[in-house]
Design a binder for this molecule. Sequence first.
Ligand SMILES: [Zn+2]
Ligand SMILES: [Zn+2]
Length: 273
Amino acid sequence: MDIVLTGTGSPLPDANRAGPSTLVKAGDTHILVDAGRGVVMRLAGAGSLPAFLAGVFVTHLHSDHICALNDVITTHWVMTQGNATLQIYGPVGTAQFVERQLAALEADVGYRIAHHDALTVGPQVNVTELTAGDSFEINDVAIMTAATEHSPVQPTIGYRLEHEGSAAALVGDTIPCEGVDALARNADLYVQTVIRRDIVEAIPNEMLQDILDYHSGVVDAAQTASRAGSKRLLLTHMVPAPTAEQYPEWIARAAEHYDGEVLIGDDLYTVTI
Ligand SMILES: [Zn+2]
Ligand SMILES: [Zn+2]
C-alpha cells in the first residue's frame, strides 16, 4: 500500500499545506480518508482523482476534515458524467452533512444538466454511516473501525486498512484511547494528526489553548505507537506547521518515547508499506 499525505495542514491556512486528508492506494483501490481544503488538487498531484476513489472515509465532521467534500462530489460527478456512485463512509451525521452539501450544490447541478446533453442525473452518492467497531471490505481491502476520542466532537471514527498482509491505521483527531490502540496494534504504519503541546501551551491565545484537550501531542502519538507496537509512526495535521528544517526536532521529540521509525513530511509525502 502507498499512503500519501494529500493534506498535512490544519484549520490554520497555509500556502503550502492543504487541509487534512490522506490517500491510501491499495493496489488499484484508492481510498481517501477525510477531505480537507484543496484535496482535489492534491489527489491530482498524487496520481489519483475523485473518479478513482473506491471510498471516502470521514473520521469526523470538523470542517477542516470535510470542507472540500463538495469538490470531491462535484468533480466525481462531472468526470464520471453521473455514471458512477461515490461511496462515502463516516460516523452518524455524515449522511445529513452530505445531503446538505448536495442541497447547496443544487443550482450548479441544474445548470450543468441543462447545458450538457451527456449529463442527465445529479451526483450519485451513497453514504454508509458506521458504528464504531464495524468492519467491512472494499475490493481486497479489509477495513476495521473503532471509536476515537475527540470530545465534544461525537461520534468520531478511526480506520485500519489491511491489504496483502500490510496494515495502516488512520485515526484522525483524537487523544490517546483504547480505540486508537486497537487500530494501531502491530500496524505497519500508524498515521496520527498531532499538535506540539509545548509550543501551543506557550501561545497566549484562548482558542488555541482549547485545542490542547482533544488532540494528540507528538509525545502522545509516540507513546501510543510504542504501546500498540506500530512499526512506523507518520505525523500529519501538524499544529503549528513546522518548516522542513524543524522536522528533525519533531522527530526527536517522538523518538524519546518510541523506538520505531518516525516520519513527517510535506503534502504528497508518500510511505509505502
Ligand atoms: Zn477535529
Ligand atoms: Zn482537525
